[in-house]
Design a binder for this molecule. Sequence first.
Ligand SMILES: *Cc1c(COP(=O)(O)O)cnc(C)c1O
Length: 385
Amino acid sequence: MRKEHLPFSRPLIGKEEIDAIVQTLQSGWLTTGARAVQFEEQFAEQAGAPAALAVNSCTAALHTALLALGIGPGDEVITTPFTFAASVNVIEHTGARPVLVDVEADTFNIQPELVEQALTPQTRAILPVHYAGHPVEMDPLLELAEHHQLEIVEDAAHAFPASYRGVKVGSRKNLAAFSFYPTKNLTTGEGGMLTGDTGILKKARVISLHGLSHDAWRRYEKGANWYYEVLLPGFKYNMPDIAAVLGLVQLSRIDEFQERRRAVVRAYTGAFSACTALETPVERSYVEHSWHLYPLRLREEELTIDRNRFIEELAARNIDTSVHFIPVHLHPYYRDKYGFHPEDFPVAYGNYRRVLSLPLYPGLQDQDVADVIEAVLDIVRLYRR
Ligand SMILES: *Cc1c(COP(=O)(O)O)cnc(C)c1O
């Protein structure tokens, strides 16, 4: 059995990242400046995005996106219960009503047919979440959006770099929000990026920095004009240069990171797919999965222990795991405000009860991966029905 504790996640930070941050600290410019602009340009290029806006979290990017589209009280936004609360909290922040619809069993992603059924005259936008990095079925959603004049805001927190039918997530004109939280595929410590059409991103930029008129962050630069105007009561969502340089270095290593993630996934799926008590995650033939998470489902009918016990057994073998996600409709705020019951979204609820996320990050060594596989199979052997 493994002796050392294996963390669920750990960012891969090397000398290059550390040197870049030290240089920024020594440069005299710590807040949003030239490095943030460079990070926006580089990210837009790699994601194939028309334009990009760097902010201090994906949550900020999602909130800014909804505000830039003018979404507010009286509007409805359709999204999934199978996500982190931030995706739905931001809808609440605008005063709009979040409308949840159930997910597909195999990808855990929003079901396009249910989106169509949930449309009302108040529907203004669809907020799909690319769960674990597996792209959502975008074609039917884009068709619905076009037909009913709806906005699409993608929660792409997990989905860099991913693609759907050859189109990179974040490369469309509609808004998409990425996360650089430490567990995500690329990190800036805390941070996020909003991509989309240049015009709407101009509006988003104003909202993301106090509502100040264009390029106000330059007001402390050498020879800069001190004058600015407040156009609306905006937010304080800008990304500092200290974070942006970390992102720039991480961006240059993303191919190496993704290669390692895919190798770990191949090893896990190779080891688990023959085991009938386990259900491995899918990757549809026409997508490129970014493999942010490895959600493994247990077949409860084959085991004498439930998911919670399975997690405890892994922890006893020094392996940390997590659960993504506790569905939104189970959280007290949403449950009580909208009167949700667990079975209102039976697929999401069923998946939640039997899923766990295994460690998946580029810093995993071959021995770590072998230890996870051995521990999982050992528990299955011990508790098979
Ligand atoms: C991590 C995450 C977010 C929030 O990202 P932050 O950068 O921490 O704000 C939003 N949605 C999903 C699905 C996430 O996993």
